[in-house]
Structure formats: C-alpha cells, structure tokens
Design a protein around this ligand. Structure first.
Ligand code: ATP
Ligand code: MG
Length: 550
C-alpha cells in the first residue's frame, strides 16, 4: 500500500519516535454545506488511513461554524457517503458548534491576556490597515484599548447589543508580519443568521482560523491534515494553540488537493450545476460526488485504491480521470456478473432454426470467476444483434458480420449471413442466414453478443460521458463562463433489449453487458416493470464503446 510510505506517514512516525505524542488522532472536518466529492475521498482515505496505520483513531467532525449554508441534509449525506466509502468513526462524531461556549471562553482568555481586542474599524476599511506583504500595515486605533473595555464590548457583542458588522474581535499579533494572516486577523464577527444546530442562541460566530485549531485541540487531535491552501494559515493555527495553552499542540500538515480532468470539484460550481439543472441532482452519475459515483456503480474499493495509488504530495497536479476508471474496471472485472444486452438493435433471422435442436444455451456468469457458475439463456429464431456488428462493405480490419460471412454467437454456435432485408432507404432491417452448432467449427474471426427477440426485456440505458469537454476545467478564467464547456453529450439515453435475467438485477448492482461495458441498475428508477441502467464505464478495448467516448 502506497499510503504507508508518503511524507505524512514519515512525519507522523518521526513524531511518535520523538515522543511528541503517545497515540495518533486525526480528523476529517467537512463543512456541512454540500455533498462530498472524490477530492474529499482523498482526504478521508488519508485521515482514516493514517489513524489506522498507527493504531490510532480518526474523528468525523462537522466544521459548522459558518451558519449561512449549513444543514442537517448535508450532515446526513456526509455520514452516509463516508460509511459507504468504508470508514468508521465509531463514537467519535462531533459538531464544532457544540464547542461554541468553550471557544468563547478561549476568546475571553485571549482578551484577558492582552492577545485580542474588540475592533470597530469597518470591514471595508480594514484592507487599508492590513496593507501589502512588502510593507508593514497600520495599527487599528482600537488595538491598545483597555482590556476591560474589550471584555465589556465582547460580552455585549454576544448579548446582541450591536448590529452585524459594526465590531469584531481581533487577535493582536503583528501588523508588520509579511504573512497577512498574522496582521491582527478577525477571531469573531457579529452575524445574525440562525444556525442549524444552535438556532438563534448565538449572534457572534468564530472565524475558521480561530475555530479550527481549537476544535482540534479540544478533541486531542495530534495530526491535523489539510490541503495546501492552509499552509499560509499555519502560523496562525500555531499561534491560537499556543496562546490558549494547549499541550501537546496538534500539528497541521498540508498536502496537495486532488484535481481530476474533465470535471469540477469546487462546491460552488457543483452547487450551481445542480441548482441550474445542468445535471439531475447531487447524485447525478456525471458528478464527481460520492453519491453520484455510487449511483453510477463505482465500487468503493475502486475509489479507495485510486486514492491510495495517486499518493500524497506537496505540489498541485491534475490527475487523469482515466486512472479512476482503470480501478473501477479492475474491481468490476472480478465481480460483475456477465449479461447480454443490445443497445442499437438489428434483427437476425435464422432461416434453418429448429427449436427441437436448441432452445436455450448455457453460459458462464463470470469467466474470471468460475465459482459464480453458469446460467441458461433462451435462444430463438430471431435475435437482436448490435447494428455496428454488421457492415455491407466491411473494411479490411472489420471481422464481424458481413454478406456471406460467418461469426460465432456467444455461447450459441455460428451464424452465416446469406441475405439482407432493407427498408426503402436501403438501410438493413433484417439479416437472414443459417445457424450451425458449435461442433461445426466454422472458421470465424469474431464473436457477437445477442438477445432472443421473443424473450428480450426492454431496457433503458443512460450512457454517461465526461461532464466537460476540456481536461482542465479549473484553468477556465473567471471572465469566461465554465458552463460553455459542458459536454452536450454527457448523457445519451437509448433503449435496447436485454436477456431475461436483467429484469431481476437488484437496483444498485453493476453487471457487465458483454462487449459493451459495465452497467449499474439505477438505484432510483429501476422498478419491477422498468429496467433502467447507468453506464458505469466502458470496456477498455470494446469496438462498440462508441456512443459517447471511444
Ligand atoms: P470549501 O471551498 O467550501 O472550503 P472544501 O471542498 O474545502 O470546500 P470542506 O468541507 O472544507 O470543503 O472540506 C473538508 C476537507 O476535505 C478539508 O480538510 C479539505 O482540505 C479536504 N478537501 C476538500 N477538497 C479536496 C480535494 N480536492 N482534495 C483533497 N482534499 C480535499
Ligand atoms: Mg474547505
């Protein structure tokens, strides 16, 4: 497993060896303001993976200190998705909002010890005080107000005596620091927004930079793993921990976030795609959300393997979507039962059909896994085959059906094309010919899948492709509209025919349609009388994987 040897593993091992911590405690701290995506999966695998590697524990904590967009809907979805991914936080589930009282006490402690003050410089004006990295900033005129005055004002901020935005609590750190985050950052602001857990109890809320280190410290977290954008916040993280006197101090370590080609990972953009109806909800199989991937049929093991293999580094990069698909195929190849289905049907008529000779055939459920046994499929005088499997004028490298040519039918002997029935435009509508048993050993160069017309069940198939037409969606500048690059063929819906066993597919189960790819019975729309399948992924080398991507 590659997770056991990246730089974060080495850092944690060194901390333990040096006796800095007795046990490893990590946390995954999502803000419940959206659904989890594959980028979060990388963080989850790392947080839970490191805890497991060192025999420690990993907490799941809702980082819910910003009431504006948070809700229980997201809390529940987050729990569901992490469980599905295969991780368990045991009893260590926390809400940052449950710490508001303790955070308030820490803020009072900072004021008392001269490390924080109530500031009344309006938010719009603050940028002039803060300045630029190359020159020292200007001190707030409230910076040196008496401690008693700040204590009094802070208590009255909490009591709701002042309007939103009229005051804030600032850390008193260093207005000359080249790191702007240390130039007296805001610790608390006044905000009259009801919180989904604390309701109207609070009208002041801590900022992320103040709340996050405290949450870690309260829970005894030792290693706080987060993405690179927090690197510049680390001195402030350490300042809060130290100023509030927590021992041993939790340690923040940053790693590069996951970026994937042909998709977006920003919660803001994902939310827009959902709200504006470009996709059909958070669990649309085209989205990189974990619920979308579940609905699409991606096995959680494949996502874990992918997260493991891409590794953990300190530099940003763009990972190929194809790599994720590789692990999806690898897992499904061993597990998915094989079935036959035809998505673009063309009729074959067997002129010499004799139902006293053959009525059904027996085929393996999974040639990769003989333990899964075999099943019987009805055979008949009329079969559906894939339209693409026949050509009037086959090019030299086309080995499938053509006038006068024979092919093998999967599990069912041979068929030789004798003549073609056409519609008025000349398009083939029926291929007529002769059948021969497997014992005939005709010389053929290809095998076709088929479904008996008389027994076929109608299937609705959703062929998914990349959501965007360009690989690096994050490179689209802000003055351009990223929606222009949405792939108009990211979803193509077709109707086809499947072997009877498909009607009994449990919703959520992924099967392989032979020669076409992996398809998942849709967990929402598959019913006893409506057979809806989502294409999970194409087969790597399928000649028929043409709808959508090749
Ligand atoms: P926001 O833009 O709202 O901050 P976010 O995706 O960072 O969005 P959080 O709920 O804060 O959302 O994320 C929870 C954790 O997941 C954070 O620790 C964050 O660093 C990590 N994370 C988020 N996106 C990625 C990603 N693409 N790759 C790896 N880790 C990620
Ligand atoms: Mg975040």
């Amino acid at each position: 497993m590659s997770t056991t040897r990246h730089f974060i593993y080495e850092e944690i091992a060194a901390d333990l060896a040096a006796g800095r911590y007795r046990a490893v405690v990590t946390r995954f701290p999502p803000e419940p303001n959206g659904y989890l995506h594959i980028g979060h999966a990388k963080a989850i695998c790392l947080d839970f993976g490191m805890a497991a590697a060192f025999g420690g524990r990993c907490h799941l904590r809702m980082d819910d200190t910003n009431p504006a967009k948070e809700s229980m809907e997201y809390v529940e979805a987050i729990q569901r998705d992490i469980r599905w991914l295969g991780f368990d936080w045991g009893e260590h589930f926390y809400y940052a909002a449950d710490y508001f009282e303790r955070m308030y006490e820490c803020a009072v402690h900072l004021i008392r010890t001269g490390r924080a003050y109530v500031c009344q410089v309006p938010q719009e004006e603050w940028k002039h005080y803060r300045g630029v990295p190359t020159e020292p900033g200007r001190e707030s005129p409230y910076r040196n107000r008496p401690i008693e005055e700040s204590l009094d004002l802070f208590a009255r901020m909490r009591a709701g005596e002042f309007p939103d935005g009229s005051m804030c609590l600032r850390a008193k750190i260093d207005m000359a620091s080249p790191n702007l985050h240390l130039r007296d950052p805001v610790l608390y602001r006044i905000l009259r927004v009801p919180h989904y857990r604390t309701g109207n109890r609070w009208v002041i809320y801590p900022t992320y930079d103040f709340a996050h280190p405290l949450e870690d410290a309260f829970e005894g977290v030792t290693h706080s793993l987060c993405t690179l954008e927090f690197e510049v916040h680390r001195p402030l993280y350490d300042w809060v921990i130290q100023s509030c006197g927590f021992q041993p101090p939790p340690r923040q370590i940053e790693f590069a976030r996951l970026n994937l080609t042909y998709t977006v990972m920003s919660k803001r953009r994902l939310g827009e795609l959902v709200r504006e109806g470009h996709v059909r909800g958070w669990d649309d199989p085209r989205l990189p959300t974990l619920c979308g991937m579940r609905r699409r049929g991606y096995p959680p093991e494949a996502i874990r393997k992918f997260c493991d293999e891409i590794g953990v580094t300190k530099y940003d990069s763009l990972t190929e979507y194809a790599l994720l698909e590789h692990y999806v195929r690898e897992v499904l190849n061993l597990r998915a039962p094989r079935r036959m289905a035809v998505l673009d049907p063309l009729k074959v008529v067997i002129k010499n059909f004799d139902d006293s000779v053959v009525r059904e055939v027996e085929v393996p459920n999974n040639p990769e896994n003989p333990a899964e046994g075999t099943r019987r499929i009805p055979f008949g005088r009329e079969l559906w085959i894939e339209r693409d499997d026949y050509r009037d004028d086959p090019p030299p490298d086309f080995y499938r059906l053509a006038p006068g040519r024979a092919v093998r039918l999967r599990g069912a002997g041979f068929f030789t094309c004798r003549n073609v029935v056409r519609d008025s435009s000349g398009r083939p509508i029926e291929i007529h010919g002769d059948w021969a048993p497997a014992s005939a050993r005709l010389k053929v160069r290809s095998t076709l899948h088929w479904v008996s017309v008389a027994h076929a069940v109608p299937i609705e198939v959703r062929l998914y492709d990349h959501l965007f037409t360009i690989p690096d969606v994050s490179a689209i500048p802000d003055d351009d509209d990223y929606r222009r690059y949405l792939n108009p063929r990211s979803l193509v819906e077709v109707r086809g025919w499947g072997e009877p066993a498909l009607a009994a597919t449990p919703p959520g189960q992924t099967v392989q349609f032979e020669r076409l790819g992996y398809f998942c019975a849709d967990s929402e729309d598959f019913r006893p009388d409506r057979y809806v399948f989502n294409r999970t992924v194409t087969l790597k080398d399928s000649p028929l994987a043409t709808a959508g991507r090749g």
